[in-house]
Design a protein around this ligand. Structure first.
Ligand code: MG
Length: 178
């Protein structure tokens, strides 16, 4: 009797392909919530009493996804490509950063397999906007919205997120790289 899992050759081949070809990256970002700024998440302007502070539009979700994609490519973080000291990126829509991540992927012959992200925000409720966020992110990356996962959670009133001081996002991405 074998203790090996019951694998067919085709399934074993597929798993080998996954291991060899799909590169995985992780991204994480935080921005502070302040008065007098728009709240932009996933390219959607969400009505709220505060917005995220930052040099660009401070779209924490798009930034985490950018870093996940760049991580899968073995690249450095998005701040390296778009320094927050460069006036060209003041107030810039973070869609531009995703477009750059897509260019970097293409330049290496890579194909985005999927990405998945979680927004961690005590408020406001983002669920009604998730489909639009997915569409915005997919359009910027030239992929199908079905390849984009976005979830949201509160922080159960704990820590800086729970005290409404900021919003965090984390993301993973898989890229098929030759
Ligand atoms: Mg950021």
């Amino acid at each position: 009797m074998s203790c090996l899992p019951d694998l067919t050759w085709s399934r074993a081949g597929f798993l080998l392909w996954l291991i060899l070809m799909v590169h995985v990256g992780i991204g994480y970002d935080v921005h502070a919530l302040v008065e007098g700024r728009k709240l932009i998440l996933g390219g959607v302007e969400i009505p709220h009493s505060k917005g995220l502070d930052g040099h660009s539009d401070a779209d924490v979700l798009m930034h985490a996804i950018c870093d996940a994609l760049l991580g899968a490519l073995g690249e450095v973080d998005i701040g390296h490509f778009f320094p927050n000291t460069d006036p060209r990126w003041r107030g810039a829509p973070s869609r531009l950063f995703l477009e750059e991540a897509a260019r970097q992927t293409q330049a290496r012959g890579g194909k985005i397999v999927n990405l998945d992200a979680t927004l961690i925000a005590q408020e406001p409720k983002v669920f009604p906007h998730i489909q639009t966020m997915k569409a915005n992110i997919a359009t910027a990356l030239g992929i199908d919205p079905k390849q984009v996962g976005i979830k949201a959670t509160t922080n159960e009133h704990l820590g800086f997120v729970g005290r409404h001081e900021g919003i965090a996002a984390m993301a993973v991405a898989g890229i098929d790289l030759v």
